[in-house]
Design a protein around this ligand. Structure first.
Ligand code: MMA
Ligand code: CA
Length: 260
């Protein structure tokens, strides 16, 4: 590109400055077309050189683009994996029913890339794992937020940054497990939301089954309370309550177990 510009400049300077050339040889301007006809190699060589230059430039850009794209997508891939994997996993070996309880438990430190989550199927693997500080139950892992409290959306974001979502409860057993790991004096957001007109919707899009809900007595009770907490009421027990989404509470995140 630089040589192209330099060449153009030289030509213009020569023509405008060299009045001598004009005066000495008035036929000079005519030389050009003559040259064009008699020496067809000269302009076509220029044309060819320009084309080659352009082609080289295009190839350079293409190669640069491909390299950049590959690096970028690699980076994106690594980031995505990093977001949903954890350096330290706590794994339980199942499959062997003969094994006496307590079930053998091992800590596996995994290199991020080694865990190809997308290709691992539960039935092929005999180690089920949860990240460090997450609690296993069934086919999932559960994490109780450790901050002082945030809005429903902020909690939702926090779970999502860990490759998880706000907890979704589908059975009495799951409700019991979750309440068993919670503090009776704290409220926790769950992944249930009023999508409008009291249409309750789970954050993972699984169906809302009325027969497996654990609302406190007389809840849900307010149209403007569109988010849901799980909490303990004295002498009553654990249950759900609809509250305003902007209220600040802790939450429970949930993620599928990792099978190795
Ligand atoms: C609070 C609030 C409501 C809940 C009632 C139950 C006063 O409001 O938590 O969401 O329904 O208590 O008494
Ligand atoms: Ca309520």
């Amino acid at each position: 590109m630089a040589s192209e510009i330099t060449y153009a400049e030289v030509r213009i300077t020569n023509e405008s400055n060299s009045l001598d050339t004009y005066s000495k040889s008035p036929a000079a301007p005519r030389e050009k077309p003559i040259r064009d006809v008699s020496k067809p190699g000269s302009p076509s060589l220029l044309f060819t050189s320009l084309m080659v230059l352009l082609l080289l430039l295009a190839i350079t850009f293409l190669v640069a683009f491909i390299i950049y794209f590959q690096k970028y997508s690699q980076l994106l891939g690594k980031k995505a994996i990093k977001d949903i994997t954890h350096n330290e996993l706590y794994c339980t070996k199942n499959g062997s029913l003969m094994e006496a309880p307590p079930v053998e438990q091992r800590v596996l430190t995994l290199v991020i890339i080694e865990v190809e989550l997308g290709f691992l199927l539960p039935e092929d693997k005999d180690w089920s794992c949860c990240p460090k500080d997450w609690k296993p139950f069934g086919s999932h892992c559960y994490f109780i937020s450790n901050d002082s409290g945030a809005s429903w959306s902020e909690n939702k974001e926090k779970c999502s940054h860990m490759g998880a979502h706000l907890v979704v409860i589908h059975s009495q057993a799951e409700q019991d497990f979750i309440t068993g790991i919670l503090n009776t004096s704290t409220d926790y957001f769950i992944g249930l939301l009023d999508a409008g007109q009291r249409q309750w919707q789970w954050i993972d899009q699984t169906p809302y089954n009325k027969s497996a809900t654990f609302w406190h007595r007389d809840e849900p009770n307010q149209q403007f309370e569109k988010c849901v907490i799980i909490n303990h009421r004295k002498k009553i027990g654990w249950g759900w309550n609809d509250i305003p989404c902007k209220d600040k509470h802790k939450s429970v995140c949930q993620v599928k177990k990792i099978y190795l």
